[in-house]
Design a protein around this ligand. Structure first.
Ligand SMILES: [Zn+2]
Length: 80
């Protein structure tokens, strides 16, 4: 039996970021197939870049957050 790094699921697509793990999500923004953990990393990096490019936060600043309980706000709260 030969070593195989390909996904075990037949017909499964690989993540467009790492090209190793089986994609579990399809990004609505780009329609790319992506592994869940890679998706979290990509989103976190995109938010980080938006904060930097728009100088939204300065070192040492305090952030107040509020959330209604919706999944989008909960995700943003977790990222911040
Ligand atoms: Zn990946």
């Amino acid at each position: 039996m030969e070593a195989d790094s390909k996904p075990k699921k037949f017909g499964a697509r690989l993540c467009c970021v790492c090209n190793q793990n089986v994609a579990a999500l399809k990004r609505p923004k780009t329609l790319e197939q992506i592994y869940r953990e890679c998706f979290y990393a990509v989103i976190e990096e995109e938010i980080h870049q938006v904060i930097l490019e728009n100088q939204l936060l300065e070192p040492g600043e305090r952030i107040a957050t509020g959330a209604s309980g919706g999944k989008g706000l909960i995700s943003l709260y977790k990222l911040i």
